[in-house]
Design a protein around this ligand. Structure first.
Ligand code: SF4
Length: 511
């Protein structure tokens, strides 16, 4: 017999809960419905230790049924002891607190627990200023969350146990913010013991598998737009490593940010055998494409060669998606196409700017000649590719955008259009990104510092508005101020993309 859930999990939307039930919902920007990749391991760990979980992806529930009511859903679990909300990406700052408010309103005796990179970066401020949040787990959460949940289960409902021994925990005690030492950081061997795959605790898990796939596959997105049935296609992001070895200017998941948040030095790779076992498991769920969180090429030749060799040896054929942090090394693409189901595979490159100076400033260490050599090799194997640019990174200005457009045009001229997507959008500054720590190095003025800053950003950017393409609400500006007009740069990009939109996308209308 199924046990009643004592822990509830809710993935928030970017937008607030109640805004969904107003006419404003017709003007929503992207709700950001992907659940952070680490969440399944957390929920499965609780379930495996006799702490049953029931979870929802709130924006997915609203997409499937506009009448879905979060308060009613919470009311059906009146005995729940805790409500878990991910606050990983800063885009969910406002939506996560909105979900926490509703949870406290309906279940006042349940503890509200937050975790994720953004919650970790601002744990003290959140606990100090947001009374609807009881606990934040900083950094890696597996062992700390289990220990916290077990401690909360050992006492009467609503009673706060002694939590001083729970690692990585920030909480409120007698009106004071308590910060326990951060002593837990996952090791490679931990990954083999966690279950990142099963979603039995998640409502509408079938729809979620499909939902996740559509985010990445350009061909199927086209088919969906044309009204074709794509419901049989399933995909999934999987963790290949935690941390990062790079320092891209804007990135809150950079090496230094992971060091500050989780105490991690560089990357902690997931062992090849674990990845292969996860892929086998996903195939049982009819998944046809896996997307790697950490660039396989950046994990080093022994790693990717071993992974590709093992997949072939075990006769596992599945679509693969890999986003190169730098460029594919020699020989990588050959191994990739020998291994993958190429009908459902693609790769991505991020030159970000046509100016080599701007590209290098922001963390991409290659020039145009090296870029085109790599692109030639990808083209040789006829692999679908997404190429990402950024409209507003440090250094990008009205002169640089002309070089960016020239580079986009060259890519457009040389690569088969049916296999190509060229995207450009504005970056928002991320908490603890290198840019926030060393603004002088990047020639920028940083306008946001606190959780409240990102919370206000999210509150003000829930809808599609013209400011999304003109640089509003991005949290930084080039120095000296008014050095560039992002609007003029967006106009120049869109004019160049005009007539090619199926391949060369205009600047998106939302944040
Ligand atoms: S954007 Fe750069 S710093 Fe961030 S995870 Fe990717 S490679 Fe690492």
């Amino acid at each position: 017999m199924n046990q009643a859930p004592v822990a509830l999990y809710i993935h928030p939307a970017k937008q607030s809960v109640d805004l969904y039930d107003t006419p404003a919902r017709y003007k929503f920007g992207r709700p950001y419905g992907l659940i952070p990749m680490g969440v399944p391991a957390l929920m499965n760990l609780l379930c495996d230790h006799n702490i049953p979980v029931r979870g929802i992806n709130f924006p997915l529930e609203k997409k499937l049924n506009g009448e879905f009511n979060l308060r009613q859903w919470l009311q059906t679990y009146r005995e729940a002891r805790m409500v878990l909300i991910d606050l990983h990406w800063y885009e969910h700052c406002y939506g996560a607190i909105s979900v926490a408010q509703v949870a406290k309103e309906v279940l006042p005796d349940a503890w509200v627990i937050l975790g994720g990179l953004t919650a970790s970066a601002f744990a003290g401020e959140i606990i100090r200023d947001m009374p609807v949040v009881d606990f934040v787990i900083r950094g890696d959460a597996e062992r700390p969350l289990l220990a916290l949940a077990q401690a909360l289960m050992d006492v009467e409902r609503g009673v706060m146990p002694d939590l001083s021994a729970i690692p990585n925990l920030t909480y409120r005690h007698n009106g004071r913010v308590m910060e326990n030492p951060r002593t837990y950081c996952a090791r490679p061997e931990d990954f083999a013991t966690f279950n990142f795959i099963d979603l039995d605790w998640l409502e509408h898990q079938d729809e979620y598998f499909v939902h996740e796939y559509l985010v990445i596959d350009m061909e199927l997105a086209r088919q969906a737009q044309a009204g074709m049935d794509i419901s049989k296609y399933r995909g999934r992001w999987i963790t290949t490593a935690r941390g990062c070895d790079f320092e891209c200017s804007y990135c809150g998941g950079a090496r230094s940010a992971h060091k500050a948040i989780a105490g991690r030095e560089g990357i902690v790779p997931v062992p090849v055998e674990t990845i292969v076992n996860e892929i086998k498991h996903l195939i049982e769920h009819q998944v046809i494409q896996v997307c790697f969180s950490y660039d396989l090429a950046a994990m080093g030749e022994p790693y990717w060669k071993s992974l590709f060799r093992t997949l072939r040896k075990e006769q596992i054929k599945i679509g693969l998606y890999n986003e190169f942090f730098q460029l594919p090394p020699p020989g990588f693409m050959k191994e990739f196409v020998r291994t993958a189901d190429m009908q459902h595979s693609s790769v991505a490159l991020n030159p970000y700017s046509g100016s080599e100076r701007v590209r290098r400033l922001n963390g991409k260490r290659y020039n145009d000649a090296q870029f085109f050599n790599a692109l030639d090799e990808v083209n040789l194997y006829n692999v679908p590719i997404i190429v990402y640019f950024s409209l507003n990174l440090p250094g990008e200005d009205e002169e640089a955008i002309q070089q960016t457009i020239k580079l986009a045009q060259s890519i457009y001229n040389m690569y088969p259009h049916s296999k190509l997507k060229i995207l450009n959008s504005c970056h928002t500054v991320e908490p603890l990104s290198p840019m926030t720590q060393h603004p002088g190095r990047y020639g920028v003025d940083i306008q946001w510092r606190t959780f409240r800053d990102w919370y206000e950003y999210c509150r003000n950017t829930q809808l599609q508005l013209p400011g999304a393409r003109t640089g509003e609400w991005r949290g930084f500006d080039l120095l000296p101020p008014a050095t560039r007009s992002v609007e003029a740069m967006a106009d120049a990009w869109d004019a160049a993309a005009d007539g090619h939109e199926a391949t060369w996308w205009p600047i998106p209308p939302s944040w």
